[in-house]
Structure formats: structure tokens, C-alpha cells
Write a new protein. Structure first.
Length: 313
């Protein structure tokens, strides 16, 4: 019997294959991982929001990254924890589509935010005299609105194209819901969806990659030519941090999407790659920025000391 993708049909995610003896350790580990992700990202948000020194374009753009990371983690971990406890991998089609929306929203958002941050670093290092004009508060707000508008538009279109189909299968081949795995439940012609999927992959993977390559070539050239060693060191430190975060997300996402389109790829490898997209960026982004960005680290320590002092009083 066919059911529309928006109906309350029960779908089944792939089994976690956790033995009874390992349920408790896996549950504790997963819970701690999620709590660490939430704590670290909230710490970055709070530090940027409460520290006036960080109210500049670079950190205002960075403020959006923890929000996106927590959207992705919250889409995945709560249902995972529920599945571990109940040993039930069932999920309603509406909940599955919502999870898929949030996960794709997170991935797209991160790529767009990191691209905007790369542009900010390019202007700051290569066009320092025009920085305040180009990255004015008004323009920064426009960039942020554009990021979320593009993100919402692309993912709403992606999910809308999916929900017009009826599912003829119920077994999802992944650990979580996403557009490729949901399309595999459809028995109708999905070529238009596949073309749109390829278009979004090229746009969202290729576009940010081109921006990163161009901006970092220009930044590298400027840093090599500058005579100020301190400025060069600071530029390399800031850009190196950003590049590491971008590459973690870009490589993980690219391999995961490619694995979905190659039938010969091991399903276990595909699941590991898919899990890494939701685990490593949200976990490592705030840690990398917190440790490598001097202003953010100092502001966080200062806020922590103030909090401790106020608690003692």
C-alpha cells in the first residue's frame, strides 16, 4: 500500500546492532557527547554575545556557526538516545522528514557560514583600509540574512520535491533520515530529484570550495608580501583555524554524498561517513575556535573568572 510522504507511516532506520551488555555504555557515551557539543557551542555563543570586544564582523558571522551545529546535533542525538534505550528504530515519516530537513539545513548552513567567514578574512587581510566600509554592520546583517535565506530556500525545495512522492518501502538504509535514503524508499521516477540533488551538491560543495581557494590564495600572497611578522603570524593563525574547520566539514560531506551515489560502496562505510558529518564538526568547531582564536579564548576565560567571582560573593 502506498502512502504519501507526509502521512504518519512508521519507517524503520537501520539497526544499531548494540548487544544488551553494551547498551548502557553506548547510551552514556552518546549522552556525554551530545552534552559536550551543546555545552561547547553554547559557551561560544555566550562568549560572543556577552563580550563587547567580540562584537565585530568576524565573530558576528562565527556566532551563526554554533547555532547551525546545534541544529544538526539536536536533529540526530535525541532520537538516537531514544533508540538506544528502547531498542526501537521506528520513526514516523513526518518525524523522519523533519530530521532530514534539519540535518541538511545544518550541513548547508555550515558551508555558507564558513564561506562568508572566509570572505571576511579576505577583506580584513587583503583590503584592510576598506574593511570597515565593506564589512559594515549593515552589510554583515545582509550577509547573514542572505545565508539563511539561501539555506532555507534550497532545503525547503529539496524536501518539497521529496514529499510529493509516495513511499513503497519502509526500511531506511542509514542511521538517520536524509534525502538520499528517503528517495530509496520511492518506487516512482526520481530523476528530477536526482538532478536537483546533483545541482545542490555542485553548488554547495563547489561554490564554497572556489571561494576558499580564491580567498586563501589572495591571503597567502598578502601574508608573504607583508613585512610585519606579527600581522603575518596572526593572519596565518586565524586563517589556519578556519581552513581546518572548513576541510573537516567539506571532506566529510563530500565523501558521504559520493558514497550514496556509488552502489558498490560498503553500507558500513557510508554509515560511518554519515555519522562523522554529524559528530566531528559540531564537536570540534567550538573547540578549535576556542583554542586557536586568541580573542575568543581570552574573552571566555575572562567571563569564566567573572562568573566564579560573582558566585563566591
Amino acid at each position: 500500500m502506498y502512502t504519501n510522504a507526509s502521512d504518519m507511516e512508521l519507517l524503520t532506520l537501520v539497526s544499531l546492532d548494540i548487544s544488551a551488555a553494551h547498551i548502557y555504555p553506548v547510551f552514556v557515551f552518546s549522552t556525554l557527547t551530545y552534552l559536550i557539543i551543546v555545552f561547547c557551542n553554547l559557551s561560544v555563543l555566550a562568549t560572543i554575545a556577552l563580550s563587547k570586544k567580540l562584537h565585530n564582523p568576524m565573530f558576528i558571522l562565527l556566532f551563526n556557526l554554533p547555532i547551525s551545529d546545534m541544529v544538526g546535533s539536536t536533529a540526530f542525538f535525541p532520537h538516537l538516545l531514544f533508540s538506544i534505550v528502547t531498542q526501537n528504530r521506528g520513526i514516523s515519516s513526518s518525524a523522519c522528514i523533519t530530521q532530514a530537513f534539519m540535518i541538511h539545513f545544518y550541513g548547508t548552513g555550515n558551508l555558507l557560514i564558513l564561506s562568508a567567514m572566509a570572505y571576511d578574512r579576505y577583506v580584513a587581510i587583503c583590503c584592510p583600509l576598506r574593511y570597515n566600509d565593506i564589512m559594515s554592520p549593515k552589510n554583515v546583517i545582509k550577509i547573514i540574512i542572505l545565508i539563511w535565506f539561501i539555506n532555507v530556500s534550497i532545503i525547503v525545495t529539496l524536501m518539497s520535491m521529496l514529499t510529493r512522492f509516495k513511499f513503497c518501502r519502509t526500511n531506511i538504509v542509514d542511521l538517520y533520515c536524509n534525502n538520499p535514503s528517503l528517495l530509496k524508499l520511492v518506487c516512482e521516477d526520481t530523476r528530477i530529484n536526482n538532478f536537483y540533488g546533483i545541482f545542490t551538491i555542485v553548488l554547495l560543495q563547489g561554490g564554497p570550495l572556489l571561494i576558499i581557494i580564491y580567498t586563501y590564495v589572495q591571503i597567502l600572497r598578502t601574508c608573504v608580501m607583508t613585512k610585519h611578522s606579527d600581522a603575518r603570524k596572526k593572519a596565518f593563525q586565524t586563517c589556519g583555524t578556519h581552513l581546518v574547520v572548513f576541510l573537516i566539514l567539506q571532506i566529510n560531506t563530500a565523501f558521504t554524498l559520493i558514497a550514496h551515489r556509488i552502489q558498490s560502496v560498503s553500507p558500513y562505510l557510508r554509515r560511518v561517513l554519515g555519522l562523522s558529518v554529524l559528530l566531528f564538526p559540531p564537536l570540534l568547531d567550538p573547540i578549535i575556535y576556542g583554542l586557536k582564536t586568541t580573542e575568543l579564548k581570552r574573552s571566555f576565560i575572562l567571563l569564566l573568572k567573572k562568573k566564579m567571582c560573582s558566585t563566591k560573593l
